[in-house]
Write a protein that binds this ligand. Structure first.
Ligand code: AMP
Length: 188
């Protein structure tokens, strides 16, 4: 099963994405995690990407697509977390899957309002010290989400492919909603 999970920064995609991938025994592919690994390793890709990440901006499409493309058609399935984040990335995903004759089985959107997101990200900053969880960068990432990633949601929504779930409340409850969205009615 190939599943995309969408949502603004702080919506819980990472936590829930790992749980979902474990429950379905498929891989969890998170572009943010892949990039942080590259930054920590001091690779060329990491150096290139790090400056965008620290500002709260998106890493350029060609870098992201180059990094993830070969993984998109691997294995029995995957949970894609944090990708696609732009329309160009959504097209690249469509093309890669179509080229391999594979469907995108589910797209799930975690809905959480901005006030709650900022609160969660500030808590995460205190707990984990992620370098892009500063108040300025958090605001920038929210704006970037609304400008560049929200259109991807519309793109999947227009194709009748998105399942929206409430991303607030206890993580166990969110996970139950996510499982229901994935195992429930197939999208039209
Ligand atoms: P995340 O862990 O998903 O919140 O991603 C952290 C940061 O990595 C983002 O703010 C972006 O700078 C970068 N990033 C992650 N995924 C992507 C993507 N699909 N496209 C562009 N930039 C990305």
């Amino acid at each position: 099963m190939r599943i995309v999970i969408f949502g603004p920064p702080g919506a819980g995609k990472g936590t829930q994405g790992v749980r979902l991938a474990n429950a379905l025994n498929i891989s969890h592919l998170a572009t943010g995690d892949m990039l942080r690994t590259e930054v920590a390793a001091g690779s060329e890709l990491g150096k290139q990407a790090g400056q965008f990440m620290d500002r709260g901006d998106l890493v350029p499409d060609d870098v992201i697509i180059g990094m993830i493309q070969s993984h998109l058609t691997e294995g029995e399935g995957m949970v894609l977390d944090g990708f696609p984040r732009t329309l160009a990335q959504a097209s690249a995903l469509d093309e890669a899957l179509a080229g391999a004759g594979l469907p995108l089985d589910r797209s799930v959107y975690f809905k959480v309002d901005r006030k709650e997101l900022v609160k969660r990200l500030l808590n995460r900053a205190a707990e984990q010290g992620r370098s892009d969880d500063t108040p300025e960068t958090i605001n920038r990432r929210m704006d970037v989400y609304e400008e560049q990633t929200a259109p991807v949601l519309e793109y999947y929504g227009a194709a009748g492919k998105i399942i929206e779930i409430d991303g607030t409340g206890h993580p166990d409850d969110v996970f139950q909603r996510l499982l229901f969205a994935v195992n429930g009615e197939p999208e039209a």
